[in-house]
Design a protein around this ligand. Structure first.
Ligand code: PEP
Ligand code: MG
Length: 747
């Protein structure tokens, strides 16, 4: 680009800065901008259209079109050329607008006189706020330099809109981040919560997008990039022996930090009059826009890395750290793109709810959120772009909805829902000391699932009879290094102390699949859920298994101990695991340590194969617990992590229920104790049907015990069994409709 043009655009930006510095009201500022651009580009028309709501663009200022059309002319998203720019986020530059696809004639503006059209999206961080348009009578295509200058102006307008420059008296635009927004995401932990936004990583505010001293800005950029490079190199050095994925991310960081193309574009923008931070943000905005269009997962990850890197650079340039000094609100709802398990645990139970742009049902963050019973919505659109610290927010974890800055109707409906849930909680509390005894006299034992020390207080408050599943891997997942044996002994011992003699079923490490330890080399497996995980890792790495078994034995000394092995697929694996238990016992005896008073060892039934194991297995195993989450995914061959298929097959499908019934029967033949500890145990209707086909012990999240107990106490199991039988005979695919209909009749 010629030097002359560079200084032209700088001149334009300089004048723009003067215009913005005055204390005009919002509308006057926008009018000045359009006037200025019209003058500088020698175009007859310059207009700014901004979004009024998600679907409507409004002409907010114009130089050249009829003044009375301002705030009158509106377009729907996608309508006309302006609507096309807004929808696609792509520039339209044409010498003959009327012949363009989608052209819409707007007589009220008098625009038929104009042939050329240049429309530039006004975007901030990948979000389109409006469209900047220049038109001229003469049929010509606008030059690359003119397009460039306007792109920069559009960015400055976006930046100012973000800062509220057009808001106030005579507002051209209602303030950004003030409208209610509804986001639909996925549900990862149920529950409803109301509170105020706490951004895990607050957005960087670029207060001065324009600069008249490019030399100084280039110096600032150079200094900041150097600081960034040194930081990334240090991180790389520190994690040399670390996890492969992390290293790859850091290498990508370094690649970008040294990338000539990336730097060159930023430097060019600075020499044209942008401040260093505005230039970085402009690049970031482009990357985000690309990110929303790229479907290749690898490329998307790299663009996300670039986004992180830009954020780091922006923080260095603006001096805005992650710690802004803001205080955590009393009712914080955490909003983040993603969050790691350790960071989430640091917030702990102080959080009312969590909203993530990314995440997955099986992610570590989701596991922790579930353990803490904090409502969690994942895949919540662009929540980190929309939300500001302190915004009022309501999270509906049951439906995966997020209401940001909700209006009064939503607030009152949502509060009704919360009140109803609170009322139900009161009802459940009144059942605390009562048994889960059905109308026809069957008592179902309700236990809770746990994984953190923080879960243990729920043992009393939920009325659970014991811990039916203690997921020991959580302790391994939240650390940066393998915990020491002494740490594990102390932890397991505290768990047993807190259980006050109630039974705790410790499940040995279930790592692999979605649960990858940050400090263990990850194996690239095409199907990790069916790969090297759980007991398979334990048997192949006897050192780790011995360490865990010994820790459990030492923690339990003199007290009863229950150990359960996950993911046992065949008898031999259980035998090998028993041999490991006996080896650990022998060692404890040799060392003269006090042994557990009583030792029970069982297995999880999570693969269909184990249901068909020889009778001898059922005789030898201490007890069995059906891990319904895994069992169901293998039964239907439907990945529990895959949003497209995970809800496709109903747990109450007659085939699946029939399969579980066969397991119940096999256990009855050998008197093998059986429980069910997958998520379905905590869903009242599912729990009722499981009880009706013969399951007598259910283990679930503590918060589910009340609702499950309440329904069981109101139901007659014999009648439910009859409903299931009839549904089967009719050939229904799932017994759910029939059971729901029956429940409706009971109400
Ligand atoms: C299960 O698979 O049902 C289970 C309880 O184990 P996890 O969810 O930890 O895999
Ligand atoms: Mg499992």
């Amino acid at each position: 680009m010629a030097d002359g043009t560079e200084s032209d655009s700088r001149k334009l930006l300089g004048r723009l800065r003067e215009a913005m510095a005055g204390d005009d009201a919002g509308q006057a500022r926008l009018d000045k901008i359009t006037q200025l651009i019209g003058d500088s580009l020698e175009a007859e028309v310059c207009s700014v259209y901004l979004f009024r709501d998600d679907e409507t663009l409004e002409l907010c200022a114009t130089e050249g079109l009829k003044p009375e059309s301002v705030h009158q002319t509106r377009l729907r998203l996608g309508e006309g050329l302006v609507g096309r720019v807004a929808r696609t986020g792509e520039i339209v530059n044409t010498p003959d607008a009327p012949s363009e696809k989608g052209f819409r004639f707007m007589p009220e503006t008098g625009e038929e006189r104009f042939s050329s059209f240049l429309g530039i999206p006004i975007q901030r961080l990948g979000e389109t706020l409006g469209v900047l348009v220049v038109q001229s009578r003469e049929a010509r295509e606008f030059s690359a330099d003119e397009v460039y200058a306007l792109e920069v102006v559009a960015m400055v307008i976006a930046e100012m809109a973000e800062l509220g420059a057009f808001v106030g008296e005579g507002a051209a635009l209602s303030a950004r981040h003030q409208q209610p927004v509804l986001m639909r995401g996925g549900t990862a932990q149920e529950g409803a919560a109301e509170g105020h936004v706490w951004l895990h990583e607050p957005r960087v505010v670029v207060a001065n997008p324009i600069s008249d001293d490019p030399v100084r800005e280039l110096e600032r950029l150079k200094g900041a990039v150097e600081e960034l490079r040194v930081g990334v190199d240090k991180m790389l050095e520190m994690s040399r022996d670390g996890d492969k994925d992390q290293l790859q991310v850091l290498e990508t960081y370094r690649m970008f930090a040294n990338s000539k193309g990336w730097m060159r574009r930023i430097e060019e923008d600075i020499s044209r009059g942008l401040s260093a931070e505005a230039a970085v943000e402009k690049e970031q905005s482009h990357a985000r826009a690309r990110m929303s269009q790229v479907s290749d997962a690898y490329l998307r990850d790299r663009l996300a890395d670039l986004d992180d890197l830009s954020n780091r650079l922006l923080r260095i340039l603006t001096g805005q750290g992650v710690d802004t000094g803001a205080e955590l609100p009393a009712d914080p709802i955490l909003v983040a793109r993603n969050i790691g398990p350790a960071e989430l645990l640091e917030y702990g139970r102080s959080l009312r709810g969590i909203v993530l742009e990314e995440g997955s049902v099986g992610s570590h963050a989701a596991i922790i959120a579930r353990a803490l019973a904090i409502p969690l919505v994942i895949h919540a659109g662009r929540v980190t772009v929309e939300a500001l610290n302190g915004d009022h927010i309501m999270v509906d974890g049951d439906q995966g909805l997020v209401h940001l800055r909700p209006d009064d109707t939503v607030v009152s409906a949502f509060r009704d829902k919360i009140a109803m849930q609170a009322k139900a909680q009161e009802r459940y509390a009144s059942l605390l000391d009562k048994p889960a005894k059905t109308r026809d006299g069957t008592v179902i034992a309700l236990h809770m699932n746990a994984g953190l020390m923080a879960d243990l207080p729920s043992l009393d408050s939920s009325g659970a009879e014991g811990v039916g599943l203690f997921r020991t891997e959580l302790q391994f997942l939240i650390r940066n290094q393998m915990p020491k044996r002494s740490e594990l002994v102390a932890l397991y011992s505290r768990v047993l102390d807190a259980a006050h003699g109630k039974r705790v079923v410790f499940r040995t490490l279930d790592i692999g699949s979605d649960k990858v330890l940050p400090y263990m080399k990850a194996n690239d497996e095409p199907n990790p859920a069916m790969g090297w995980r759980a007991i398979r890792v334990g048997l192949d790495k006897p050192g780790v298994m011995q360490m865990q078994l010994q820790s459990l034995m030492r923690a339990a000394k003199g007290r009863p101990l229950t150990i359960m092995f996950p993911f046992v697929a065949q008898f031999d694996e259980y035998r090998a695991a028993m041999a490991a238990v006996n080896k650990a016992l022998a060692r404890e005896i040799r060392l003269g340590h006090e042994l557990p008073e009583d030792l029970e060892v069982g297995a999880m039934l999570e693969t269909p194969s184990l249901a068909f194991a020889p009778p001898k297995f059922f005789e030898e195993v201490g007890f069995l617990s059906i891990g319904g989450n895994d069992l169901k995914q293998f039964f239907f061959a439907a990945d529990r992590e895959n949003e497209r298929v995970r809800r496709r097959y109903d747990t109450l499908n007659v085939s699946f229920l029939g399969f579980i019934e066969q397991i119940v029967k096999r256990c009855a033949l050998t008197n093998t104790r059986l429980s069910f500890c997958g998520e379905d145990a905590g869903r009242p209707v599912e729990a009722l049907c499981l009880a009706a086909i013969g399951i007598r012990t259910l283990s679930m999240r503590p918060a589910s015990i009340g609702p499950v107990k309440s329904l069981l106490r109101r139901s007659n199991l014999g009648e439910v069994a009859q409903i299931i039988k009839e549904a089967r005979e009719r050939g229904d695919q799932s017994v759910r409709p029939a059971v729901m209909e029956w429940l409706g009749r009971q109400a």
